[in-house]
Design a protein around this ligand. Structure first.
Ligand SMILES: NC(=O)c1ccc[n+]([C@@H]2O[C@H](COP(=O)([O-])OP(=O)(O)OC[C@H]3O[C@@H](n4cnc5c(N)ncnc54)[C@H](OP(=O)(O)O)[C@@H]3O)[C@@H](O)[C@H]2O)c1
Length: 425
C-alpha cells in the first residue's frame, strides 16, 4: 500500500492553517536531473489573496513541466519570477492535484471550506484588458501555469489556487485518479477540439505521438469519444498493447531511423534518404489504418525528432497541433509541403476552464479513464520525474499521495483529517 504524509501525523484539523508545511522543493543550487533536484523541506504556508483558496492537497499528478523546472532549462523558473519582482528563492512544482478546500480568500463565492476539488493548471488576471475584450483566457498575456511558471504548486501539503481553478471532484474517482489526468487530458482535448475547421470529426484518422504517454493515453480516448480513429505511435510492444486496449491502432517508431532534423535540401543524397524513411513510415501508417488516408490531425509533442514527419504525413488542409517539445524545440519545417498542401501548424497550450470541465465530465461519466499507472509516496516526487526524464515511466499518468492516508480513497470526512495544529495561524 502506498502511504502519504498523513502517516507522519502532519495534517491539521479542517480549516486550521499552520504556519509551516512540508513541500518538495527545487532550488537553483540543485538544478539538474530530477532525482537530485527535488528535496523535502518545511516552508511557510502561502498567504491566500482575494479570489483565491488554500487547498489541502490529497494527491498530486506528475507532468513533464517539472522535469524542465528541475533541470532549470530551457527556462529557470525561479529567475523568471525574480525578473517579475517576486522574491521566492525556491520552486514548489505540481500542476495537477486534488484536495480539500481549507481556507478561502476575500470575495470567493464559488467554493467553500470542505469542498473536494480537482485543480486546473492555469491562471490569469480576470481583469486583464485582453480578457475583458473577450479573449480566451489561455491567450491572455497574464496567463501562467500554476506549479510551473507560478510557485506553490501541488507538491506540498497546501497550495494556493484561484477559485476558478477548482472543479468539483467526481465522487467516484479516488484522490490519486482525480489528481493524475486533468493537465494531460485537457491539453489533448483543446488540441483536438479548439482549432476549427481542424477539429476531429467522425471517421477522421488522427496520428498520436507517444500514444502510451500521459497526453497520448488521454488523446486516444478523446479521439474515440469524438468518433475519430486514433493511430498511436509507440516505442515498444508493451506500450502498443496498452494503446490497443484503449482502442487505438498502433505503429512502432523504433522500426524506423529517420528521426531528428532532416539533412539540408542542398544535400540531395542525404535528403532523399531521409524522405525514404518518412515515406516508409507513411506506408506503415496506411497499412495499420487499412486505407490510404492521411491523418486529418496530428497530435504533436515530441517536437524536434518527429515534427518534419508529422508535417509530411498530415493530410492536405489538415493540421499538426503541437503543445510541447520533449526531444528538442528546434524543429525543421519544409515550407514546400506546408503551403502547397495548405497544411496548418498550430500551437496549443493547456486549456481554458470550459475545456477542463469538459474532460472532468468525461471522467465522471466513465468515458475517460484517468489511466493511472503508478502511485508513489511524497518522498518519491524526484524519482517519478526522473522516470519521465529518462522515458522509463509506465504507460499513462502518474500521481503521488500527499494528504491522502492511502490509495483507493474517494473521499475523506473532514474530521478524519489530522490531529492538532500547534502553530495555527
Ligand atoms: N503545453 C501544454 O500545456 C502541455 C501539456 C501537457 C504536456 N505537454 C508536453 O508534452 C510532452 C509530453 O507530455 P506527456 O505528459 O505525454 O509525457 P509522457 O507521459 O512522458 O509521454 C511522452 C511520450 O513521448 C514519447 N517519446 C519520447 N521520446 C520520443 C521520441 N524521440 N520520438 C517520439 N516519441 C517520443 C514516448 O512514447 P514512446 O517512447 O512510446 O514513443 C512517451 O510516451 C512533454 O514535453 C510535455 O511538457 C505540454
Amino acid at each position: 500500500m502506498t502511504r502519504s504524509l498523513y502517516e507522519v501525523g502532519m495534517a491539521p484539523p479542517l480549516g486550521h492553517v499552520p504556519e509551516r508545511m512540508y513541500a518538495s522543493v527545487i532550488r537553483p543550487d540543485r538544478f539538474g536531473p530530477p532525482a537530485e533536484a527535488f528535496r523535502t523541506e518545511t516552508v511557510p504556508v502561502p498567504e491566500v489573496p482575494p479570489g483565491h483558496v488554500l487547498v489541502y492537497v490529497m494527491a498530486a499528478g506528475i507532468n513533464f513541466n517539472n522535469v524542465w523546472a528541475a533541470l532549470g532549462q530551457p527556462v529557470d523558473v525561479i529567475a523568471q519570477r525574480r525578473r517579475l519582482g517576486l522574491t521566492d528563492d525556491h520552486h514548489i512544482g505540481g500542476s495537477d492535484g486534488a484536495g480539500i478546500v481549507w481556507a478561502v480568500g476575500e470575495s470567493v463565492r464559488t467554493v467553500a471550506v470542505g469542498d473536494h476539488v480537482i485543480m486546473s493548471a492555469c491562471r490569469w488576471d480576470e481583469s486583464a484588458d485582453d480578457i475583458r475584450l473577450g479573449a480566451d483566457p489561455m491567450t491572455s498575456s497574464t496567463q501562467r501555469v500554476w506549479g510551473y511558471e507560478d510557485n506553490f504548486g501541488a507538491f506540498a501539503q497546501f497550495t494556493v489556487v484561484a477559485d476558478y481553478q477548482c472543479i468539483p471532484k467526481p465522487a467516484g474517482l479516488t484522490w490519486e485518479e482525480a489528481a493524475a489526468f486533468l493537465l494531460t487530458a485537457a491539453t489533448a482535448y483543446r488540441q483536438l477540439t479548439d482549432w476549427p475547421p481542424n477539429t476531429v470529426q467522425p471517421a477522421d484518422p488522427v496520428l498520436i505521438w507517444g500514444g502510451a504517454g500521459g497526453l497520448g493515453s488521454m488523446a486516444i480516448q478523446i479521439v474515440r469519444a469524438l468518433g475519430g480513429i486514433p493511430v498511436a505511435v509507440v516505442s515498444s510492444e508493451e506500450k502498443a498493447g496498452y494503446c490497443r486496449k484503449l482502442g487505438a491502432l498502433t505503429l512502432n517508431r523504433t522500426e524506423f531511423s529517420h528521426w531528428g532534423r532532416p539533412p539540408d535540401a542542398a544535400d540531395a543524397e542525404g535528403f532523399d534518404a531521409w524522405l525514404a524513411g518518412v515515406r516508409a513510415f507513411g506506408r506503415r501508417y496506411w497499412e495499420v489504418l487499412g486505407s490510404r488516408r492521411a491523418p486529418r490531425v496530428v497530435l504533436e509533442h515530441p517536437g524536434q525528432d518527429t515534427l518534419p514527419t508529422s508535417l509530411y504525413l498530415c493530410d492536405t488542409a489538415g493540421m499538426v497541433v503541437i503543445c510541447g517539445a520533449t526531444t528538442g524545440f528546434q524543429a525543421d519545417v519544409d515550407l514546400r509541403f506546408l503551403w502547397m498542401r495548405q497544411k496548418r501548424l498550430q500551437g496549443s497550450h493547456f486549456a481554458n476552464v470550459r475545456q477542463c470541465r469538459a474532460v472532468v465530465h468525461l471522467a465522471a461519466t466513465g468515458r475517460l479513464d484517468p489511466c493511472l499507472s503508478l502511485v508513489e509516496t511524497f518522498e518519491h516526487i524526484g524519482y517519478v520525474h526522473q522516470l519521465l526524464y529518462e522515458n522509463r515511466q509506465p504507460p499513462g499518468n502518474m500521481a503521488v499521495l500527499i494528504g491522502a492516508p492511502e490509495t483507493g480513497l474517494t473521499s475523506a470526512a473532514p474530521g478524519s483529517i489530522g490531529g492538532s495544529a500547534s502553530d495555527t495561524r
